[in-house]
Design a protein around this ligand. Structure first.
Ligand code: KG4
Ligand code: ZN
Length: 390
């Protein structure tokens, strides 16, 4: 059995995990920084990198303890080294280099976006360390029944992915579509030209006064709302485009909640805001926003699946599955709709366990096994890079 320790510090989660070569997750520890960034309704890079520095050693120690693994049992150390906030990435990369060097182990640099598309292949469920620093170290296991209890689609019981696949990464930083020919053979199809889907959820939550991080809160409120209550646009760009655009949807929600602005830019004044809404109205807005966003995603999946109908290059081999990854793939409505879409089109559907949707190190360690098998290891010059390879 080959064991890889993975580290992940690309944004606002400090994470470490131990995963073996059957992609069984032995431990998956995530320290969130939600409480540090909440008041800014977004991630503050300088605060994030300082918090990573404080958390990286206890998180790594805990991941090894939880896995009952001694550092001498490890076969490699992997780290997400791109894309992300450079000041955050550098903490994980420096820690991984120090570990690999001192233990004389191979070092593996993993692309975070590529790793999101491997998350659905992981086996086992994770647990999270919530809060940050001195404030809240209480731990909650992610309950695998959570999703089925709420009527959403649970993770797939058979994680092996039939290739080629249509891959979609939807996170706070990325919204990208790929033809996936193998775990490391990604053919780029399209990406967002403005907001990432998770970013749009987060901004929609601010407009509705639901706080940060917004995605899970919109998801939750939507269960009490009517998705047809508010008429919002479904921006699809040109008819042959596989790119995404969510800023128009976000602005439409803003105007629907606050009314038309008087004045422009920072001088714009609105006639009302979310405090004028009742709780049922907020739920209706949340559900309507979510439905519009998910409709856009499904239409783009449809275009990518039948490219010739949209004047795009056909698949050389018919796709056999759809893979989802990234924080927004935890969204219950998105999971339900993608599952139905895949079923309707005769495709297998690969959805990650909720613990592996949001940023985590299990996906880094799991994906690193594919790199190790290819001999794709790094040396101590491994750089941090703000952009993705794919
Ligand atoms: O993958 P991730 O943890 O970080 C990035 O790589 O960006 O994704 C975080 C994003 C946030 O925007 C968050 O609001 C969104 O994922 N998210 C959700 C849900 N859970 C997390 N969006 C919609 N519904 C959810 N249940
Ligand atoms: Zn991510």
């Amino acid at each position: 059995m080959t064991l890889i320790l993975g580290l992940e510090t690309s944004c606002d989660e400090t994470a470490a995990a131990v995963v073996d070569d059957t992609l069984h997750v032995h431990s998956n520890v995530v320290a969130t920084q939600f409480d540090l960034h909440e008041r800014y309704a977004g991630v503050v890079p300088e605060i994030a990198s300082r918090a990573h520095l404080e958390k990286i050693t206890p998180v790594v120690t805990e991941a090894l303890e939880r896995a009952s693994v001694d550092v001498r049992d490890l076969d490699a150390v992997a780290v997400g080294h791109r894309p992300g906030l450079v000041g955050s990435l550098i903490v994980g990369v420096a820690a991984a280099k120090a570990l690999a060097w001192s233990l004389n182990l191979p070092l593996i640099g993993v692309d975070h976006v590529e790793a999101h598309l491997s998350a659905a292949s992981l086996r086992g469920t994770g647990y999270r360390v919530q809060g940050s620093g001195e404030q809240d170290k209480s731990e909650t296991r992610v309950n695998p029944e959570h999703f089925s209890r709420h009527g959403a689609v649970p993770p797939n019981p058979e994680p092996r992915t039939p290739y080629p696949a249509l891959g979609l990464v939807v996170s706070g930083g990325h919204t990208s579509l790929y033809r996936v020919h193998g775990p490391r053979q990604l053919e780029f199809l399209g990406r967002t030209i403005d907001d990432a889907l998770g970013e749009a959820f987060d901004k929609a939550a601010v407009i509705l006064g639901l706080g940060y991080p917004g995605g899970p809160r919109i998801d939750e409120r939507s269960t009490q709302g009517d998705p047809a209550a508010v008429d919002l646009p479904r921006p699809l760009l040109d008819k042959d485009s596989l790119d995404f655009s969510f800023s128009g949807l976000k602005t439409a929600l803003l105007y629907a909640v606050r009314g038309q602005p008087v004045g422009r830019g920072k001088d714009a004044r609105f006639e009302r805001d979310h405090t004028h809404l009742t709780e049922p109205q907020i739920a209706d807005f949340a559900a309507s926003f979510q439905a519009a966003a998910v409709d856009v995603v499904i239409e783009k999946l449809n275009r990518a699946l039948y490219p010739e109908a949209h004047g795009l290059n056909p698949w050389t081999t018919k796709p056999r599955s759809i893979i989802l990854g990234g924080g927004v793939s935890a969204n219950r409505e998105l999971r339900r709709r993608v599952q139905t879409f895949a079923g309707d089109h005769g495709l297998a559907c690969r959805l990650p366990d909720p613990a592996f949707c949001i940023d985590n190190a299990a996906m880094i360690a799991g994906h690193a096994h594919a790199l190790l098998a290819e001999g794709d290891t790094a040396d101590l010059t491994l750089p941090v890079i703000a952009t993705t390879r794919v």
